[in-house]
Design a protein around this ligand. Structure first.
Ligand code: V55
Ligand code: FE
Length: 488
């Protein structure tokens, strides 16, 4: 069989380009979709509209593709569209790939110089009634929450001075404020980081500018009631590295550099920012942060070294799951101490996964549960037909951060689960009372299925069947009907 470009670039035949914009009303359902699930599950990821110029380009370069599953009265509608970035539109016009390798403009066609190269493919963010597609290399793109049409780049009424905006802003559930930041804020490989506070109406009320010790892929952040904290680890770049070859991916791992935590009081300023030096461990994704007395407690998924198999190590060493695999860990920072370092506890060292989620209504608050998909190697069967070469995410776990216990749901051998997102039963339900929503790639049937799992029982209650495979999700977000109302 002739290899199509998706085969190589997203790890298998299953993820070859779909290049489909449209939807299905009243999707086929197995089991039962609970009637209290009322709202929209947004997903953002990448679908290659055109093949990459360089064969070793990475999945993170695929064009942004936003989709939604809309739930009301036990029925579900699906819709998906490309994010119509300037890059997507220029490529569409040309009928081919005009842009170079991942976040290196050296390989661009001269006709797109000066045009934004973002793919806007990482996280759907909902705040102040607006939906955004985000990627850390650019400003957000505003998306119509009903049609999924792209409205354009968003700069918060001109108040966003950073050229970039994190894919992982955090919303304080009690104040409705959104905390965000941009790194490489003044241009490619710059060490400028701009931190923002955005009030519940969507207005930027505060900006804090800091200088990083080196450029890091500051992928995620966390907020407690009192502090903003941003992990900083040696996945780095320099202008020299980017200029050296158009084939150089934006990031490489420099094992000689230390790790840091940037800690800034929410009511503080640049002079109050601290760079706490520590081991070069990468907290690729955070769960939550809480302040208890003089302690700042941060949980997330952490690897000892380069988290991504496709970004090179400076020393040429190969990526291994031993050092690159992430596990749920707790970092405890003593805010009273002026010295470097923090305490690390590896909470569930046997389960490795990089896409943890929680009940987001408990951001900044004491909480208990982390949800994480991972590969249970002890239950791995023979690969299903059509499966890619990487091990499938065959298990969804609920990890109790207080007791250390976990509950798991084994998903069988027929597919691989993407990030599962928590949707509360209703606004007042206690933590963890609700559903986990995650798309399973069913390799054998060549289709995508949305699993609805009761998060307390850790049992599947229903499954939405799509007749085709959809673009791989990076992250998802649940918008209850009260937040994004729609007709149904
Ligand atoms: C991530 C994803 C990206 C990216 C950088 O999940 C980091 C992490 C989908 O694009 O460009
Ligand atoms: Fe992420």
């Amino acid at each position: 069989m002739v290899q199509r470009f998706g085969d190589k670039h997203l790890g298998g035949d299953f993820f070859q380009t779909l290049r489909f914009e449209g939807g299905i009303d009243d999707c086929e359902v197995l089991g039962e979709i609970p009637s209290d699930l009322h709202g929209t599950f947004y997903r953002l990821g990448g679908d290659w509209a055109y093949p990459p110029k360089y064969p070793h380009d990475v999945p993170f370069s695929a064009d942004g593709y936003i989709s939604m599953f809309r739930f009301a009265n036990g029925r579900v509608n699906y819709k998906g569209r490309f994010v119509h970035t300037p890059r997507y539109l220029a490529n569409r016009k040309a009928g081919g790939q005009l842009f170079g390798i991942y976040r290196n403009r050296g390989g661009d066609d001269p006709s797109v110089r000066g045009l934004s190269s973002t793919m806007s493919n990482t996280t759907p963010v909902i705040h102040a009634g607006k939906l955004f597609a985000t990627k850390e290399d650019a400003r957000p793109y505003e998306i119509d929450p009903h049609t999924l049409e792209t409205r354009g780049e968003y700069d918060f009424g001109g108040k966003l001075t950073s050229l970039t905006f994190t894919a992982h802003p955090k919303i304080d559930p009690e104040t409705g404020e959104m905390f965000a930041f941009g790194f490489e804020a003044t241009g490619e490989a710059s060490t400028d980081m701009y931190l923002y506070t955005i009030d519940r109406s969507g207005k930027i009320t505060k900006e804090v500018r800091v200088q990083a010790p080196y450029v890091s892929e500051n992928h995620d952040m966390a907020i407690s009631k009192t502090h903003v904290v941003i992990p900083h680890f040696p996945l780095t770049t320099t202008r020299e590295w980017l200029a050296a070859s158009p084939e150089n991916l934006h990031w490489y791992w420099d094992e000689r550099l230390p790790g840091y935590l940037l800690v800034v009081p929410r009511n503080g300023d640049a002079k109050d920012a601290r760079w706490i030096k520590g081991p070069p461990h990468a907290m690729g994704h955070t769960l939550n942060a809480t302040t208890e007395g003089s302690k700042l407690i941060l949980e997330g998924t952490v690897s000892n070294a380069n988290p991504y198999p496709f970004f090179p190590n400076r020393d040429g060493s190969p990526w291994t799951p031993m050092t690159g695999g992430a596990t749920i860990r707790r970092w405890v920072i003593d805010l009273d101490s002026r010295s470097d370092g923090w305490e690390e506890q590896n909470l569930f060292p046997a389960q490795s996964g990089g896409l943890p989620r929680m009940d987001d209504r408990f951001i900044t608050l004491p909480y208990r549960y982390a949800y994480l998909g991972y590969t249970d190697f002890s239950r791995l069967g023979p690969p299903s037909s059509g499966a890619p070469s990487f091990p499938p995410t065959n298990t969804l776990g609920r990890f109790d951060l207080r007791s250390g216990k976990s509950e798991t749901l084994f998903l069988g051998d027929s597919g691989s689960l993407q990030e599962a997102c928590f949707a509360p039963r209703n606004a007042k339900a206690p933590e963890g009372s609700g559903y986990l929503l995650g798309v399973l790639s069913n390799f054998a049937e060549r289709r995508s299925e949305l699993l609805v799992v009761d998060a307390q029982k850790m049992q599947e209650v229903g499954r939405v069947i799509l007749p085709f495979q959809i673009a791989a999700q990076v992250h998802g977000a649940w918008a209850p009907h009260a937040q994004v109302p729609f007709e149904a």
